[in-house]
Design a protein around this ligand. Structure first.
Ligand code: ZN
Length: 408
């Protein structure tokens, strides 16, 4: 699928520290020794409520990783899917009385344009679930050969315990898994399941649903196998694992990333990802921002009201990516004031020394993406006095590493 246009990145001094980042699986920091190529898979949206601030914060988090690796001089094989067929999309289309394909297309267009406005670098491979159906069917066949698949009626299920490490990514108790599985689209109570947590791989055609022909009859793919199959289609696996980072919002820790990890393990015999990185969710007015609460703040709506995309990006960078966060309504105003003050400072003929600030920006990002602290350092530099700084060098680092382009 077409992604979105990339933005140019100024050449900056090489990042010489390896990136360390918190991984849900290891429950601690994981270091990525410097190498020439990295692989990252970030779960994409289901196109029906693009692009709210939670989405933006998630893709921004992985954009920081992408940009940091590029600053090391590496290339990044960045893979992202788009779940352009699944229950939530069909439910929304039915609710609103629109064709599911029209809804998906319009939301994908909106997502692309929001990502471009926010200067999120595009994926190397951007793949829709519909386009990947042949790959999903092949992956199911391979799982079947390995004895990990069984039928309930004409539907296909993945037996989670065919992976002996099932549960190792999320570290949840069985009871917690059962609760979350039911809340997030799972079907623990379905008759005929060997384990209530077994995951749907292929849903046979139901009346009124879209379907595609396959060797398993007409139907459509499950969500978790979609990401497993798309990752395997485009990744260049190393000896020990398929990709370096599997990423997404914290709401994907279970069941989605656990299931995909198990499926990839059974498919390849390798670990799916070296690290599982999760961006925290964003709330509004003391509540989690969610479609069910109807309190989503959309990027495109903020931009429509005159908010500069860079002010949104700056405001999101000011929070630690891994901590739940309440969005404040005046946040982009404050962010714009800070950006204006920074731009004004940089346009002066003499500015305070920039060398140590630039080094701090690199170091803070290398240390679990502390963009919040990097911005605090930038703001205190703006308030400082002195001379001898290099405005262009600082401007370029803020652009290349933080993705923020300042007014000239
Ligand atoms: Zn996914």
């Amino acid at each position: 699928m077409k992604s979105w246009p990339t933005t140019s990145i100024p050449k900056v001094a090489k990042a010489i520290k390896p990136l360390t980042i918190y991984s849900t699986e290891q429950q601690g920091l994981v270091e990525f020794p410097i190498k020439s190529r990295y692989q990252m898979y970030v779960c994409g949206i289901t196109p029906y409520d693009a692009t709210h601030l939670g989405h933006a914060a998630t893709y921004l988090t992985f954009d920081l990783i992408h940009r940091f690796w590029l600053a090391q001089g590496a290339s990044v094989n960045f893979i992202q899917n788009i779940t352009d067929i699944d229950d939530p999309l069909l439910e929304r289309a039915n609710r609103d009385g629109v064709d599911w394909k029209d809804l998906a297309h319009s939301q994908i267009d909106l997502f692309r344009s929001d990502m471009e406005m926010l200067r999120i670098l595009p994926p190397t491979h951007y793949e829709g679930a519909v386009d990947a159906i042949p790959d999903v069917v092949e992956a199911i066949a391979t799982l079947d050969e390995k004895g990990a698949v069984y039928d309930i009626d004409a539907d296909k299920y993945f037996a989670v315990h065919s992976d002996e490490n099932f549960g190792g990514e999320s570290h949840l108790s069985h009871d917690e898994m059962m609760t979350i599985f039911a809340e997030r689209g799972g079907d623990p109570k379905r008759n005929g399941k060997r384990d209530p947590l077994d995951a749907l791989l292929w849903l046979a055609h139901r009346d009124g649903d879209p379907y595609w022909p396959s060797r398993y009859g007409n139907g459509r793919p499950g969500w978790h196998i979609e990401c497993a199959a798309i990752a395997l289609k485009f990744a260049e696996p190393s000896q020990d694992y398929v990709i370096d980072i599997q990423g997404g919002g914290k709401d994907l820790i279970f069941p989605h990333h656990e299931m995909s990890a198990s499926q990839v393990k059974v498919l390849t015999g390798k670990k799916f990802a070296k690290a599982y990185v999760h961006a925290a969710l964003i709330g509004l007015d003391g509540e989690k921002m969610s479609k069910s609460k109807g309190n989503l703040v959309f990027v495109s709506k903020l931009i429509e009201t005159g908010v500069q995309p860079m002010a949104i990006r700056w405001a999101l960078l000011k929070r630690p990516y891994c901590k739940e966060y309440m969005w404040q309504r005046n946040e982009t105003t404050v962010a714009q004031q800070e950006l204006d003050a920074l731009a004004a400072k940089l346009s002066r003929s003499q500015i305070p020394p920039t060398e140590s600030l630039i080094a701090q920006i690199y170091n803070l990002l290398a240390d679990d993406l502390k963009s919040d602290q990097a911005i605090a350092e930038i703001n205190s530099w703006v308030a400082s006095q002195g001379s001898g700084g290099n405005a262009q060098a600082l401007r370029d680092v803020i652009d290349a590493l933080l993705g923020v382009v300042l007014p000239a």
